[in-house]
Design a protein around this ligand. Sequence first.
Ligand code: HAM
Length: 422
Amino acid sequence: MRDLLPTEMATWTRLSRAAADLCARRGYAPLVTPIVEHTDLFTHGVGAGTDIVEKEMYTFKDRSDRSLTLRPEATASAVRAYFEGGLNQRPQPARLWYEGPMFRYDRPQKGRYRSFRQFGVEAIGDDAPGLDVEVIELSGAWLRECGIEEVTLEVNSIGDFKCRPGYRRALQDYYRPHLAELCDDDRRRFETNPLRLLDCKNPKCMPFQAGAPRTIDHLCEECAAHHRAVLGLLDALGIAHHQNHHLVRGLDYYTRTAFEYWDPGHGGQQNALGGGGRYDGLAEALGFPSTPGVGFAMGEDRVVLSLQDAGRTEPESGPQVSVVPAAEASEAPAMRLAARLREADVRVVVQHGRRSLKAQMRQAQKLGVSAVLILGEEEMASGHVAVRDMLLAEQSVVPEEGVRAAVAQILGGRLVPVGGAG
Ligand code: HAM
């Protein structure tokens, strides 16, 4: 688990703002659920045979001996909240979005952390293919808004509970003669979760994937029609996509549409920037009335990583102005002056503490501010403030009422330096 430090937070803020803005404009409402849930929610929702539930959950007993888990994802929580919060009584579908930390006991490496953040949306209560395309459009718009350019959208349909058993049998028939040649994980998955054989990364297993039966050749008529409608809408809207016959996703709740964004610069599939799909059976698996849903979650850590590699991060926005109380009684006036400037949206700090003016100016230099406002004995006595333009190294004394205009001139006259001057 890692800290997110101020140096990268401006980029994270951009991601959050883009999420809030794009969601609001599409009628998606924010949802916040607890980061801890009953363990059953994930074993029943995500699925007992998945990597997440088998190896990656942070599970512990609380003081009442209940088994709780730090959420590894938020879709199951969103569906729980949809029913418990009565969102199923409101106009359908419920359009929801969330952002926050998720926890998986994964092997930590670049782009894979034990605490990571997702931006996700869930549209619950409608099975129209247009809704699948709506969330795909939203996720793509978000990536673009964040500054991600090179990414491929991989799309597949993995059928539903009616047609998937037949596909699973076809897949097992195909793999059975090769069982001895597969890795241990795949031999186990052959029984428990054969779809996962299609995206095993072991070099021993990959050669068998190309010839494997394709999900779309085993869809029932309803699933096939749904998939055709999704692809047709994607085409009509000009949303570039790649029909990927091996895309199956790692969570059990998916039905029909599955999609992922791959970043060619970061090992493609290994480091998907995000993914999602339809989960029409999830509500029932959690013990609620059968209700369709579709959504996605984007890995924000990976998006930030990709922006860092492309040199497209946001600079840290440090203070623009500092106020130096250089007289005995000037601390309160300095803080009042700072407050007035903040009302005009200027980023201001007060340099508290009794240090020499020289030391204060050195400090202001390090902060990288454009202007320093000095309240010394003389200025205090005459109702003036000394205003120093740090770039031009020019200083003038202006009446208090004129400070705002003087600062605006300094800030407006050129690009405002941001971040520490180092
Ligand atoms: P997921 O594919 O498990 O889907 O995760 C979505 C994204 O979260 C991944 O594509 C990746 O970018 C990011 N991610 C996952 N694990 C890690 C990690 N250890 N470190 C950093 N980033 C990570 C879900 O979570 C589903 N709930 C998505 C969904 C919503 N499906 C329907 N609705």
